[in-house]
Design a protein around this ligand. Sequence first.
Ligand code: PMP
Length: 428
Amino acid sequence: MATDIFETRESQVRSYCMNWPAVFERAEGPYQYTEDGSRYLDFFSGAGALNYGHNHPELRDLVVEYVANSGVTHSMDMKTPAKRRFLETFERIILEPRNLDYKVMFPGPTGTNTVEAALKLARKVTGRQHILSFTNAFHGMTLGALSVTGNSMKRKGAGIPLTNSSKIPYDDYFDGDLPDFIWLEKVLEDSGSGVDKPAAVIVETVQGEGGLNAARMEWLKELHNLLRRHKILLIVDDVQAGCGRTGTFFSFEPAGITPDIVCVSKSISGYGLAMALTLFKPELDVWEPGEHNGTFRGNNLGFVTAARALELFWSDDSFQKELAGKIEALHSGMEKVTEHVKGSYVKGRGFLSGIAFPEPDTAGKVAAEAYKRNLLVETSGPQDEVVKLMPPLNIPDQDLLKGLGILEEAVLAATGQLGEPSRLRPPH
Ligand code: PMP
């Protein structure tokens, strides 16, 4: 079928479709189907936007019903029953049981929108400009978010100096050779250090794009306590690691910390619809009405599916318990795969994990071999040296094992331990 239009008309800025040239037409659960009838197992999940798989039937039915009844689709920040239901459900199922008292802001529908809002709010509240972020961080592509992102290629794309932020070492950046926060602690206490006191520190608990570095809970706790002592705000960017990806709804829950500001997006709608939240402690709610706005802050289809997704998956702990078993299966499967390549190792946490290879280009080859075998996996890290596995959190066990089997074959093929696949998997 024709694919010329993508090459001739669409900008060369596109990237995923360069590695995965298939034209995907339909999708259900962990599978995507191409227009010529092949089936792909999706261990990419829209980079974390599809934590409950594609087109969850109950959520899909709600979308259809809402549209068929002419429910309000676009509403700026006006009141709708869909928004009421989302806010009530979020409060009841997510905030109250976790003892979290956050104001909810709808900042515009993407991850980078919630990061921009968080940075702006931190600066306004503290009256300070400087933001600290971490080596290999990824927070988005708009200028504020880009200024706290690590990747040099992406930063260069800004075309202007990215100022008012500095990078500090993420957990284990010096392979454990230096005590954590030795520099930060010292410069914050030294009035001659020349380091301006920051408004906030922004952190991912697992660096989804930066190579699946996973911070230890003790490290997060220490960061939290250090910032509290110095009255610096802690922003957790849970855009990718949140909504259950690491095994709990918020990725910071096992650390027992309460960030001042939390960025949520990707899977919050439960259905892959664009939606984002910026959560912050009530005392930080110093915005003037309309001081930060945006046309697409009221995605009612997103509110409808988000509320139901929270009820379906988070109203008790049964989904989380089941997920813990799947996480164990994923990790033991990955460990087994690492036995084939000396020096490879498992990285990440929960269902935001992968395998790092000693030769950086191995990961790309593995992803390409996986694609040949109808499995979608992407790479992560400054040199794309990590194969990243992000299956849907509700993936049936047999599909999880199937994906791991294909991954193993792909690793063997990419490292010259197996020939070409004898034939592609038959279309379904
Ligand atoms: N923060 C994190 C941690 C992310 O992983 C991403 C996207 N990969 C973003 C922010 C930006 O989200 P978006 O692409 O929706 O702007």
